[in-house]
Design a protein around this ligand. Sequence first.
Ligand code: XMP
Length: 350
Amino acid sequence: GWTMVNIAEEAIETVRAQVGGKRAICGLSGGVDSAVAAALVQRAIGSQLTCVFVDHGLLRKGEAEQVEKDFVAATGVDLHVVDAQERFLTALAGVVDPEEKRKIIGREFIRVFESAAREIVDVHAARSEARDGVGAAGGSGGSSPQEGHDESGEVEFLVQGTLYPDVVESGGGTGAANIKSHHNVGGLPEDLRFRLVEPLRTLFKDEVRALGEQLGLPAEIVWRQPFPGPGLGIRIIGEVTRERLDLLREADAIAREELTAAGLDRDIWQFPVVLLADVRSVGVQGDSRTYGHPVVLRPVTSEDAMTADWARLPYDVLQRISTRITNEVREINRVVVDITSKPPGTIEWE
Ligand code: XMP
């Protein structure tokens, strides 16, 4: 409708006015907010924007590809992908405690993002200097640092997908102190000083989704259910290993496929699938005894994730998910459903 067109055009103009000829970077999480913010800023300043996507290996099936291919295809954005899977697996080796996992994942994420941001800043600063050098060729020996600072090559802005509810939660002020603490790029160090671009600051989630559609983003990105920053790392109960991640990714993909096929995506707030990696139970398949792992289905309905109710998924949908997971995923021989509301349960198991 005309309202979203106006919001998009206005926001694009505002970003152009704010950023001018400078450069910006944006961390993509795979989630809706950062994707829409990046798409909007890309419309405003084009190749002056570089996006950074850290693949920590804890993503669901197809998510990295969605960002690397579909998002780039839809927006034409300049994307810098960091494959940090080994690094995260190594850091998580032997770790079982949920809070420790979260701390490690958060810390590694900031380190990887930070060094990628530094590289991008350095590359553009060097290009900017090279241009100065060409301009000054034949002159009396290059430009002053002050001149360099005004060059368009500098990365000065950090784009964030902060929404209106985030602004309200954090007290409504401006500046780096208000970056949500659970935000993926929260806690950037002092010596990487950016000015913030937050084009979604006045919007609610449903408006952000409408804007995303307006900007031509794929439905799989725009209508994605919320997914925690630590990803599948907190949906494996026990140590996180590559093999366990692969199992969970397969089971999770099946559950999502069947939910979508049943037309229930937008009725369900979130649908975590949890691997009880340290539990085994006896089963039988064909003529053979099996001794495999259970997965837990955790479909919930909610308004804001503060409270949630377990979702009464139709029995036939649960049946299809159970049959497919036990048939198709090696080592998973049992599927159980979590019927705990929040409170007392949380949505995630860790
Ligand atoms: P719980 O498990 O506390 O989750 O009921 C509430 C909502 O928050 C999400 N969640 C996270 N999101 N980083 C995030 O970005 C996190 O560390 C994190 N932990 C939980 C969860 O998926 C649910 O939507």
